[in-house]
Design a protein around this ligand. Structure first.
Ligand SMILES: [Zn+2]
Ligand SMILES: [Zn+2]
Length: 348
């Protein structure tokens, strides 16, 4: 039986932390469960999951649907889409069986690329390699998630660019069902068409085809993500702030657009460091622009936002001595001077 290789190239950068990440994780499980009920899909579909942030990892190599178990999606810093594309192309080259006069190879592979940000690395070479050697033999469906996705970059590598605007869990489930139905359609149409790609009918409330890139509006980043580390467990966590300015319409208060409000703190695993591109921590923000401070999601320390001299944000129990989990130096925390300080913010 010829295989239909389906690759999921998933953005797991810091900006995905929270709802998007959870929905993607649950979505993968929902997708596999639904696909397994389809006899055509069971016969041909092989799945691979590749995650990228600052670094790229193949979480699951091509595996037949019946044997596939959804991997846990990690989180990392950075959005190295260029490197992720190179990784994908190498995986395809290594694992997809080409048709030769002697044997029938795999069906034309389909890649679902999902990203919510802008590439933080150099991507020109990867785009050129894709378009010269892969664009004709692989179908790429690129999905930009939310309002910060760099649709213009996706347009350069795919004719099938979609924009997902899912605000609720139900919206995201609809989107996953769309992916499922598209994969099912692809598993049925492999033998009849080698051209084009079968995509399920689009629900215009959540998904739109991007035809004209000038329609895609550019929005300034309206969130700040900071990376902390637990003093006790040494595990990383992310602190997320959003510029969801309260409604001051009828007042004379000028916001100046420079304040960010705490929206969550998220415990991460050790593999965060493996997937991160440390060069990404370049921009800084003053703490005076941040409203609200979280506790530590790992150990429950009440202050998750203390900063060592080395620049690492860490958790502390209160004033007094502490040891930085990153540089191992002893520090002593006292009441702040109210001046605020600069911290590095993550990128993408
Ligand atoms: Zn802690
Ligand atoms: Zn330190």
């Amino acid at each position: 039986m010829r295989r239909l290789p389906i690759f999921f190239l998933l953005d797991v950068s810091e900006s995905m932390v929270g709802d998007n990440h959870r929905q993607m994780q649950q979505g993968l499980e929902r997708l596999v469960k639904a696909l397994r009920t389809d006899p055509h899909a069971l016969e041909t579909v092989h799945l691979s999951v590749i995650a990228f942030a600052g670094q790229t990892r193949t979480l699951t190599p091509l595996t037949e649907l019946a044997m596939f178990y959804p991997p846990r999606l990690p989180i990392g810093a950075g959005t190295s889409l260029g490197a992720a594309l190179e990784h994908l192309m190498n995986d395809i080259k290594r694992n997809v069986i080409k048709t030769t006069p002697e044997r029938k190879g795999d069906w034309k592979p389909v890649v679902y690329l999902m990203t919510d940000g802008k590439p933080t690395d150099e991507i020109k070479d990867a785009i050129a390699r894709w378009n010269s050697y892969f664009a004709k033999s692989v179908t790429l469906v690129a999905i930009g998630i939310g309002k910060h996705a760099s649709l213009d970059v996706l347009k350069q590598i795919s004719e099938n660019v979609l924009h997902l605007d899912a605000s609720t869990d139900a919206d995201f489930r609809d989107f996953i069902d769309w992916v499922t139905m598209s994969v099912v359609a692809q598993s049925r149409s492999v033998s009849t068409t080698e051209k084009g790609v079968s995509l399920a009918k689009i629900n215009p409330d959540i998904l739109s085809l991007v035809n004209d890139i000038s329609q895609a509006n550019k929005v300034d980043e309206d969130f700040v993500i900071l990376n902390g580390r637990c003093q006790k467990s040494r595990l990383p966590y992310l602190i997320k702030y959003e510029r969801s300015a309260p409604n001051f319409e009828n007042t004379n208060i000028s916001m100046g657009g420079s304040q960010y409000y705490l929206t969550g703190v998220f415990a991460l695993e050790q593999d965060y460091f493996d997937l991160s591109d440390t060069r990404c921590l370049t921009r800084t923000i003053n703490t005076n622009e941040l409203v609200g401070a979280p506790g530590c999601p790992h150990c429950g320390n009440p202050y998750g936002f203390a900063m060592c001299r080395c620049g690492q944000i860490m958790c502390i129990h209160g004033d007094g001595p502490a040891t930085c989990p990153t540089c191992e130096q002893a520090c002593n925390f006292g009441p702040g001077n109210g001046q605020g300080f600069d911290v590095s913010r993550g990128r993408g």
